[in-house]
Design a binder for this molecule. Structure first.
Ligand SMILES: [Zn+2]
Length: 246
């Protein structure tokens, strides 16, 4: 199926905006780590940030369309770092519901990943939509340098939204970039709150199980909210950092 240029342009605007917004939150570390999204109508292709660039300088024209096997289809001259094909591509290939795949080493969520048996505590209202949809990788095997590692991570993630990778950091997926970015922000906020609340060794108050069970697996309100959230992010960046659209 041919690529829909208008849909691809919108995906590029959203991806560049997500990268810039994440950089504003302090989630950027060096010029590595990736945000990717399936090309609209072409789930066999992904759109991803280029090698060697900060998220804070992401521009629509710098993003790269690739196959899952590492072939670069964009003609902007950019390359894509190897680990993108060892984590992101296998997850897109194995899990079609993971339209957007975001991976960071954001500090508070990564701190939970560094704990022995670390879990995200079910104690914070804003994160109720994902508490029961978090998978944990307890088998750290060094940097992800083969597609087999990404396939292992995809199997662990399954239907869940978040994979907390021990000794590494979090990975968040969504049915859209807006959903995934909002979930990423909620996750970091939740982990930060948890670390603050646990400071001094105090016990956390869990949210009652019956309330957690009442949250449907796919919250329509979250989907609607994430749409408005993505639009707001683009609106603010269009005003304050309009070069991201270039
Ligand atoms: Zn990483």
């Amino acid at each position: 199926m041919p690529i829909d240029d208008a849909a691809l342009r919108q995906a590029k605007v959203e991806l560049a905006a997500c990268l810039r917004w994440a950089a504003r939150q302090g989630f950027q570390s060096g010029v590595c780590n990736h945000f990717s999204v399936a090309v609209p109508g072409r789930p066999d292709l992904m759109l991803i940030n280029p090698e060697g660039y900060f998220w804070s300088e992401a521009r629509v024209s710098d993003l790269v369309v690739t196959t899952h096997d590492g072939e670069i289809l964009s003609s902007n001259g950019h390359t894509v770092e190897t680990t993108a094909f060892c984590i992101h591509a296998p997850i897109h290939r194995v899990l079609p519901h993971a339209v957007a795949v975001l991976h960071t080493h954001m500090h508070h969520a990564t701190a939970i990943c560094m704990r022995k048996g670390g879990v995200v505590a079910p104690s914070y209202l804003s994160a109720m939509s994902f508490y029961q949809r978090i998978a944990y990788d307890r088998g750290f095997d060094g940097p992800a340098l083969t597609p087999a590692e990404g396939e292992r991570l995809a199997k662990l993630l399954g239907d869940d939204f978040i994979l907390m990778m021990e000794n590494h950091g979090p990975l968040v997926v969504g049915a859209s970039l807006g959903e995934a970015l909002l979930r990423l922000l909620y996750l970091e906020d939740t982990c930060k709150m948890q670390l603050l609340a646990e400071a001094g060794g105090r016990e956390l108050q869990p949210i009652p199980t019956q309330l957690m069970a009442a949250i449907p697996k796919d919250v329509p309100r979250f989907k609607a909210y994430s749409k408005g959230f993505m639009a707001a992010v683009i609106r603010v960046l269009s005003r304050e950092e309009p070069d991201f659209l270039g």
